[in-house]
Design a protein around this ligand. Structure first.
Ligand SMILES: [Zn+2]
Length: 83
């Protein structure tokens, strides 16, 4: 019998890899021009998931419009300095 992962599965926005939510890093907009890592996993607002790989981070930052779209931040200027 196939073993299913425990808990909800999310997709990394950078590579499309599906993982259990707990294994992914949640990124949220802090409301002050910065997209930050939601270490508490409890920050309000819309979040995106990232697998933690450096090349994925580079991809997300390179395609900032897609990240902005995923976070519903179109037209907002923001930085991603902390990750
Ligand atoms: Zn990834």
């Amino acid at each position: 019998m196939k073993k299913f992962p425990h808990g909800p599965v999310r997709t990394c926005l950078g590579c499309g890899q599906k993982k259990v939510k707990q294994e992914l890093i949640r990124l949220v907009y802090d409301g002050q021009n910065e997209v930050i890592v939601d270490t508490s996993r409890r920050l309000p607002g819309r979040g995106v998931y990232w697998c933690g790989a450096d090349d994925c981070a580079a991809r997300l930052k390179k395609n900032i419009k897609r990240l902005a779209w995923a976070l519903r931040l179109q037209g907002t200027h923001f930085n991603c300095k902390s990750w």
